[in-house]
Design a protein around this ligand. Structure first.
Ligand code: TTP
Ligand code: MG
Ligand code: MG
Length: 431
């Protein structure tokens, strides 16, 4: 890589840059697609409630927002204006986004922007089912796939000769068609020489988009974008970049890499420089062992360990049970069980415990998580509770058999000495 514009800071602390950042040598050309489903959870809901098509729809309500059947057979839906609580929007349709609503926005704020929007609760089982279906459809055409979560994948198109002919356009269209036929859902695809650019450009033409981006297009199509659009530049880094006068990806590309290293550390500074030049040599990884699996939930109102003991007990047990189910479904067992708590002052506390043997037994998880909780000062009220399984091994290897490590027994709290919160099991999931 050739050094570029080695200049020091301006007197005002900003990094000087040139209008035309110099080219940086890129590795041999590859062809990688990033596929991301459009408004995924909301689009899945539209499959079963087609009468909501074209309307603003927000996903993230609780059980109270479940649709009801009227006497005449039609369905009645909850509206956002009727929502009271402090849940956040999980996702929403593009019609709702037109009102300024977006994922992670507080529901009450969303209700002010789009009071007439329809509200539905999450159905993770259905989203997971559709996720498996779209991924299977892609693998029929292009088997080298990296799973990046419930609604997105990277696909290595290198092994598909047809993809070379037109830069991947025909294969991209075929992938979109296959996903639509398998699920009834639309997705957006970006095709580029690496994962970083593919992920970036899959968003260029959402929803239902297909974007091809070559290395030579980086200057024209990528550099004008805000630095935050790069996956890996979060709010803190973009704030720090902005304080240095670096707002666009082009600004970062033109900045002195030594200065970036000085300000952001050797490794992240080097990565920033390369990412801004559209350089990324990561391979498409077809399988990755998870480091941990967790479940957490934010409460509708703050709960106190003593005054809301029964409710907390039920939630806690439900989390442990969901976690045990996740471990069983994914074929893992865990030796380190941890808890995460967020208090009403937003302070986060975690505790964990390493067991003598691996387990995925819900009772053993509940017991270990309860022991972790005993090590936390619970005088303040809680906003969030989470349970985490780490130190994972695959299927059955070296696992504890007590209670049957394969099948999770449910409900189990009635049969068990619940260490802190008490109550019966009621499975409930959080993200
Ligand atoms: P995204 O792909 O980020 O969003 P999306 O598919 O809803 O919309 P887009 O068309 O912009 O891709 O996330 C996939 C799903 O993950 C989304 O449907 C809901 C869920 N999700 C959350 O639960 N919380 C979040 O903060 C985000 C961003 C997504
Ligand atoms: Mg998506
Ligand atoms: Mg996504």
């Amino acid at each position: 890589m050739r050094p570029c514009c080695r200049r020091r800071l301006h007197a005002n602390g900003t990094i000087p840059y040139t209008r035309h950042p110099p080219a940086v040598h890129a590795p041999a050309s590859r062809l990688i697609a990033h596929l991301d489903m459009d408004a995924f959870y909301a689009s899945v809901e539209l499959l079963r409630y087609p009468e909501l098509r074209g309307l603003p729809l927000v996903i993230g309500g609780g059980d109270a927002s479940r649709p009801a059947r009227r006497a005449d057979g039609t369905r009645s839906f909850a509206r956002l204006r009727d929502y009271h609580g402090r849940g956040v929007v999980t996702t929403c349709t593009y019609e709702a986004r037109a009102f300024g609503v977006h994922s992670a926005m507080g529901m009450m704020k969303a209700a002010r922007l789009a009071p007439d929007a329809v509200l539905l609760p999450c159905d993770f089982d259905e989203y997971r089912r559709c996720s498996r279906m779209f991924k299977a459809a892609v693998r029929v055409l292009a088997p080298v796939v990296e799973d990046r979560g419930i609604d997105e994948i990277y696909i290595d198109l290198g092994a598909i000769p047809a993809a070379r002919v037109d830069g991947g356009r025909t294969v991209g269209l075929a992938l979109k068609q296959a996903v639509r036929e398998a699920t009834g859902l639309s997705c957006s695809i970006g095709i580029a020489p690496n994962k970083l650019l593919a992920k970036l450009c899959s968003e260029f033409d959402k929803p239902d988009g297909l974007t091809l981006l070559a290395q030579a297009d980086v200057g024209q199509r990528v550099w004008p974008l805000p630095a935050r659009r790069i996956n890996g530049i979060g709010p803190k880094a973009s704030e720090k970049l902005a304080s240095l006068g670096l707002h666009t990806i082009g600004d970062v590309a033109a900045a002195d890499p030594e200065l970036l290293r000085e300000r952001f550390g050797r490794s992240y500074g080097t990565w920033l420089h390369e990412a801004a030049h559209g350089i990324d040599s990561r391979e498409v990884v077809t399988f990755r062992e998870p480091k941990s699996i967790s479940r957490e939930t934010t409460f509708e109102r703050d709960l106190h360990a003593v005054r809301d003991r029964a409710q907390l007990g039920r939630l806690f047990t439900g989390l442990c049970e969901s976690l045990a189910n996740d471990l069983a479904r994914k074929g893992y067992a865990s030796r380190t069980i941890g808890v995460k708590l967020r208090f009403d002052d937003f302070r986060i506390v975690t505790r964990d415990l390493t067991l003598p043997a691996h387990t995925r037994d819900a009772r053993a998880i509940r017991h270990a998580a309860g022991a972790c909780l005993k090590r936390v000062d619970l005088h303040r009220r809680l906003r969030l509770l989470g349970v985490r399984a780490a130190n994972l091994v695959r299927d059955g290897a070296n696992t504890r058999s007590a209670g049957g490590c394969g099948e999770v027994q449910s409900p189990y709290a009635q049969q068990h000495d619940v260490p802190l919160f008490e109550g019966c099991a009621e499975p409930r999931s959080g993200r």
